[in-house]
Every structure is written in C-alpha cells, then in structure tokens.
Design a protein around this ligand. Structure first.
Ligand code: FMN
Length: 132
C-alpha cells in the first residue's frame, strides 16, 4: 500500500538583511527550486523589494527541517512565522518554488502583523494580486 505522508504548510514574512544586494534574491530562488524538488516541497516566494513572504508545503518533517534552515539564513532578518499547520491539498502543485515580485509594499508589512487564518486570508489576497 502506498501511504503518502500528511501535507503540512508554513507561511512566514521576513526582511532582506541590510547590505544584501538584490541579486541574492535570484540566487536564493534558483537554488531553492532544485532543493525543494528533491524534497517534494512546493511553494511560493514573494519579494516586494524589502520583505519576503514564503509559503512552503509538503511532507511535514521535510517542511519543518527546511524552515529551520531558512530561519537561520543570515540573508534575511525578522523571520515571523504567521501560520503553520496541516494542509488538505497543495496550493502550488506545479511549482517547486514559484517566484513573484509584488508592487504593493504595504501588503507584506500588514501580513507580518497577522497570524493564523487572518494571515492565510492575506496570503490568498497576495496570490490573487500576482500573476504566476
Ligand atoms: C527568503 C529565503 C527563502 C529561502 N527559501 C528556500 C527554499 O525554499 N528552499 C531551500 O532549499 N532553501 C531556501 N533558502 C536558503 C536556505 O536558507 C539555505 O541557504 C539552503 O537551504 C542551504 O542550506 P545549507 O547551507 O544548510 O545547505 C531560502 C533563503 C531565504 C533567505
């Protein structure tokens, strides 16, 4: 019998560390796509020029291990996990890590102050505003 591990998701907001060139964002996304695909993790990374928002989904253990590595990455600061928990179905089936910039610079600042379902609702709004 083929039992799939339960899906889990994490959503956080963080800020690009001072002195980091914008080019690190592309470096992070390119490397992350390869690693996430290997880990059966999918998700979305959004960057508004200052803040990141990232959603990661996949097998719980793999997601929790990865988020721990990401939290300790000095290329960003103020990592605020706004939601984590089980997930019924993947939001980003076809992307190991979708990437988008975001024009609205207030959206991630607002999301940083939310948690739980309010944060997920704000994330849904961001997803609707961007084109993947
Ligand atoms: C905003 C941000 C998002 C990241 N997203 C991912 C990701 O989705 N997948 C990934 O493997 N690494 C991601 N990284 C990079 C990890 O923090 C880390 O550098 C990478 O997993 C390599 O870890 P290692 O040096 O312990 O091998 C991200 C880093 C930042 C700053």
């Amino acid at each position: 019998m083929n039992i799939k591990p339960a899906l889990y998701e994490v959503l956080y907001v963080s800020t690009l560390a001072p002195q980091q060139p914008l080019s690190v964002v592309a470096e992070i996304a390119a490397r992350a796509r390869v690693v996430n695909a290997e880990l059966d993790i999918t998700g979305l990374l959004v960057f508004d020029g200052q803040r990141f928002c990232q959603q990661l989904e996949g097998p719980q253990k793999a997601v929790l291990k990865l988020i721990e590595r990401i939290r300790n990455d000095p290329r960003h600061v103020n990592v605020e996990i706004v939601h984590n928990g089980p997930l019924a179905g993947r939001r980003f089936q076809q992307f190991s890590l979708a990437f988008s910039t975001l024009e609205d610079v207030d959206a991630l600042a607002r999301m940083e102050r939310l948690d739980g379902q309010a944060a997920v609702a704000a994330f849904d709004e961001v997803c609707a505003a961007i084109e993947l």
